[in-house]
Design a binder for this molecule. Structure first.
Ligand code: SAM
Length: 300
């Protein structure tokens, strides 16, 4: 297992901690009464059931209050516990939003999978991105948010020896990719948790998908983890809002953060704290869309 734990596991960990810290915060509203209750009861079991009865705690919370955690919490002062509780609550909200974003994105692209390859813009863009794959030989390529695998297909045409991995959230898009590219490893996974060993990748690509990432900061760290030092990342983003066709026929309900990746300077800044340097960029007009292709190098 590589990379950070999946979202569901991170949510479980935060919920578990929030459950305990919420009980400590409640107990700290009136620590004298809680201590008195513990002192007045005969043993720990009795103290726990008295706490459950008076404060509505469950056994895990009552045990956290009766044991060391409560004494430690008093030492840390109430403000620290309240801060941690509020921080955990907002972390949980963000994680749940990330899950919702991923589910909505997957539903949208599942519905679009059968017709996606008809887009001349996406096919032309894939060919342009593949031109950046030089000196690849049998190197390892990871295409993040690969969709139907258009970029990997274009790379395979130029470099038949290259080893290809594509990752996407949408099973429907991946099914199309698998038919077109039986030789590639195509995995349903999030961009922030790649099934790839550290410093093993020669080239990464992420084409027209940065704006969809639920947790871009985490994803960029993950890409830095898997790319070998000096390896390249090629991104393609929409450099102008051309309106594009409205698709009320498809499931929606997710954020599109195009505004964050419109210019080379924005892309440079987005990656600069994640061990990437912008090496070059080009701008293209494809079938009415304006696109920015950036080549970044893994440094450090
Ligand atoms: C516009 S398509 C681009 C597909 C492909 N890169 C191309 O150029 O044709 C966007 C793709 O990003 C995928 N995607 C969005 N967020 C993702 C994430 N967090 N992890 C993996 N894939 C993601 C979607 O499922 C969808 O297939």
């Amino acid at each position: 297992m590589y990379g950070p734990p999946p979202l569901a596991e991170r949510i479980r960990q935060v919920e578990e901690r929030l459950h305990v810290i919420s009980a400590l915060a409640t107990a700290l509203e009136d620590p004298i009464s809680v201590l008195q209750l513990i002192v007045d009861t005969g043993d720990e079991a009795e103290a726990m059931s008295a706490l459950q009865e008076r404060y509505g705690f469950d056994a895990i919370q009552a045990s956290a209050v009766t044991d060391m955690q409560f004494r430690r919490a008093i030492g840390r002062q109430r403000a620290g516990v309240i801060d941690e509780r509020d921080h955990l609550s907002s972390q949980l909200t963000d994680l749940r939003q990330a899950v919702a974003q991923q589910q909505a994105v997957a539903a949208h692209y599942d519905a679009r999978a059968a017709t996606y390859d008809a887009s001349g813009m996406h096919r032309d863009l894939a060919a342009l991105v593949a031109e950046q794959a030089t000196d690849l030989g049998d190197g390892l390529v990871v295409d993040v948010a690969t969709g139907t695998g258009l970029v990997l297909r274009a790379i395979a045409t130029r470099h038949p020896e290259a080893r290809l991995v594509g990752v996407d959230l949408s099973p429907g898009m991946l099914a199309v990719a698998r038919t077109a590219l039986p030789q590639a490893q195509l995995v349903q996974a999030d961009a922030s948790a790649l099934p790839v060993a550290g410093e093993s990748v020669d080239l990464m690509t992420c084409v027209t998908a940065l704006h969809l990432l639920a947790e871009p900061e985490l994803a960029f760290d993950e890409w830095a983890r898997v790319l070998r030092p000096g390896g390249r990342l090629v991104t393609a983003t929409f450099s102008a809002d051309t309106g594009g066709p409205a698709r009320p026929d498809l499931p929606q309900g997710f954020a599109r953060r195009h505004e964050e990746y419109r210019t080379p300077e924005q892309v440079r800044r987005a990656f600069r704290d994640h061990w990437f340097e912008l090496e070059s960029h080009t701008e293209h007009e494809l079938q009415g869309d304006r696109l920015l292709v950036c080549v970044l190098r893994r440094v450090g």
